[in-house]
Design a protein around this ligand. Structure first.
Ligand code: FE
Length: 130
């Protein structure tokens, strides 16, 4: 996979302020505020930073968390998992493999009949292509 390397200035110029904060500075959008929290529309969720295909609407489920939640990435290699010990917690960070953008976190309390994982993703890190 070709990785994308841009300077922080380039990213800041290209992305909206909320997207920059999440994708490049590991911010978390407030729960129940993102535009895709309750979206049921079929389509492909792409990275808001680099357009890589990350998730599919078929794998989206209602977690009640306030963030779009998926059981699986569209393609396993498109989402990189990294240990994250910030904010006094031990979590697994989900990162766009292509541009390195922060997407959200992964937890193991997802639907048991679908593998048990919950990819908890910031709406503003995604663009839905329906
Ligand atoms: Fe990306």
């Amino acid at each position: 996979m070709d990785k994308i390397a841009k300077t922080e200035d380039q990213w800041r110029e290209e992305l909206a302020p909320d997207q920059y904060a999440v994708l490049r500075q590991q911010a978390t959008e407030p729960p129940f505020t993102g535009r895709y929290v309750d979206t049921k529309e079929p389509g492909v969720y792409r990275c808001a930073g680099c357009q890589a295909e990350l998730f599919r609407s078929d794998d989206k489920f209602d977690s009640g968390s306030g963030w779009p939640s998926f059981t699986d990435p569209a393609v396993a290699e498109s989402v990189e998992l990294r240990p994250d010990t910030s904010h006094g917690m031990v979590r697994t960070e989900a990162v766009c493999a292509k541009c390195g953008g922060h997407l959200g976190h992964v937890f193991d309390d997802g639907p048991q009949d679908k593998g048990g994982m919950r990819y908890c993703i910031n709406s503003c890190a995604l663009t839905l292509e329906s």
